[in-house]
Design a protein around this ligand. Structure first.
Ligand code: ZN
Length: 485
């Protein structure tokens, strides 16, 4: 499909710029308008524009009017604000499908990592309306969430956990009435615009295969994807379960963080996802570029810890203090609750996931009061610096595609807003990230996660600067809600 079909409004303004014939798509435009000299609100001059949909990779001038891109041109453009983007890449703003951090603190790390849209799709939220209302008009970047099975289950079963369940929703089997209440709550979240259904089977191990399949049927009815953290244990069996549920129900399926689920079996897992897609199933996946994962130490993924030896605890790092854990400290922190980092993957497997054509980039990040996993601040810069520039594991265009266009395409059948994102084209939203490909680098580490990435010179959300000359902008809130329709 040509850009002109996707953006009929924009085509009209493109025609004005070019002084083209005044009848466009049956719209008779007044000749007066066509004669006015074009002045853009913002012009990004002489940047290397990367548009992963059209394949454009060339020096262009980008004109922005209001919240939209209104010109991508070799001709000189004049604007109220003109930025010299020589030597810099102008790419679509990055879209993070897996961003647990949904606070002003987290949005700042995201913006400095090139992200213009951060979505909480794995755990999701419940109920939906209040969560959106709390961010409307106040957010630095665009935001959105799925309808979450985990929070719905926690509310119905009176679990005392935080982001993730820790007692009733983990240990008890839901009664028939509770199951109905959970499903009703998840479905209400879809009616309220939730971006699919978020699920974490590993965190709710007492949920039966039937309960899980029921949620796939609901997702299929609304034509919204399931975003799932699969069951723990053997990843082949975990994949078989969700792929079978997707096939039986017809629900689109997005498998989160394939890197940390598959570890040494990453090639086999990716082969299964490729195979499901080749057989016509709508299955996608994502990865983050680190060898360690992070989750709540009180959650079900550490059930059975009592039977483990010292090496089980030694691979765990407590980010609040930076210490490696022992049996004693593990027990203490498990009672207290909080995020723990777990080393468990190899660089080879991470690289295989990041470079694989179907794998999108998503952070799974959250920073709380400056503590967390470095993925919350450094994911997108790390892909560009480490895997593109240093290791040449994938091309710059592929990295940009995996970070912008592919996530937009994952969502656009349910959210028409996403058809205008992930592109540098006339008519697309002016969500843009402008970075220095020779310098872009992650600074966040396991010892100090709260460090902004470097090399993102300008980041715009809806035409407004959120990062300018490498600095966060104060007092701006151009972020908008992303919803399903
Ligand atoms: Zn997860």
């Amino acid at each position: 499909m040509k850009a002109s079909n996707r953006f009929p409004m924009a085509l009209a303004s493109a025609a004005l710029i070019a002084l083209a014939p005044v009848c466009v798509l049956g719209l008779h435009l007044p000749r007066l308008q066509a004669q006015a000299p074009q002045q853009y609100d913002v012009v990004l001059r002489n940047g290397r524009v990367l548009d992963p949909e059209s394949g454009l990779d060339a020096v262009r001038n980008v004109g922005i009017t209001g919240r939209q891109i209104t010109a991508v041109s070799t001709g000189l453009l004049s604007g109220a604000v003109v930025i010299d983007a020589s030597g810099l890449v102008v790419a679509p703003g990055f879209i993070d499908l897996h961003s647990h951090g949904q606070t002003p603190e987290n949005y700042r790390y995201k913006a400095m990592d090139g992200v213009t849209t951060a979505l909480e799709l794995e755990v999701g939220v419940s109920p939906i309306p209040g969560w959106y209302a709390a961010r409307e008009g106040k957010a630095l970047i665009n935001f959105g969430a799925s309808s979450g099975d985990i929070p719905a289950r926690m509310a119905v079963m009176h679990d005392t956990g935080g982001l993730l369940p820790r007692d009733a929703a983990v240990t008890k089997i839901a009664t028939e009435d509770e199951q109905k209440a959970i499903e009703a709550s998840v479905e209400q979240g879809l009616k309220d615009g939730g971006l699919g259904i978020g699920m974490g089977i590993a965190y709710t191990p007492t949920a039966s295969p039937e309960e899980i399949l029921d949620l796939f049927y609901i997702a299929a009815r609304y034509k919204r994807p399931i975003f799932v953290h699969m069951r723990g244990g053997n990843v082949i069996a975990s994949l078989q379960e969700v792929i079978a549920d997707a096939a039986a129900s017809g629900a689109p399926l997005h498998i989160v963080h394939i890197n940390s689920m598959a570890t040494t079996k990453t090639p086999q897992a990716l082969r299964m996802i490729d195979g499901a897609r080749a057989r016509g199933l709508d299955v996608t996946t994502e990865a983050y570029p680190y060898t360690a994962s992070m989750t709540d130490i009180s959650s079900a993924v550490y059930d059975g810890w009592e039977r483990q030896g010292p090496e089980y605890f030694a691979r765990l790092l407590w980010p609040a203090t930076g210490e490696r854990l022992t049996r004693e400290s593990f027990q203490r922190y498990r009672e207290q609750g909080g995020f723990v980092i777990q080393f468990g993957n190899t660089e080879d497997m991470v690289r295989a996931a990041i470079a694989h054509p179907v794998v999108m980039i998503a952070s799974d990040g959250i920073i709380e009061d400056g503590k967390g996993h470095p993925r919350g601040a450094g994911t997108f810069a790390r892909v560009l610096g480490q895997y593109v520039r240093e290791e040449k594991a994938l091309t710059l265009m592929d990295a940009v595609r995996k970070s912008s266009l592919m996530p937009a395409q994952r969502l656009e059948s349910m959210s028409p807003q996403m058809r205008r994102k992930g592109r540098v084209q006339v008519g697309a939203d002016a969500d843009l990230t402008v970075f220095d490909p020779a310098r872009v680098v992650d600074r966040a580490t396991f010892q100090n996660a709260a460090q902004y990435s470097d090399g993102f010179r300008f980041v715009l959300v809806g035409g407004a600067f959120v990062v300018r000359d490498g600095r966060l902008q104060d007092g701006v809130a151009p972020g908008r809600a992303i919803r399903a329709q």
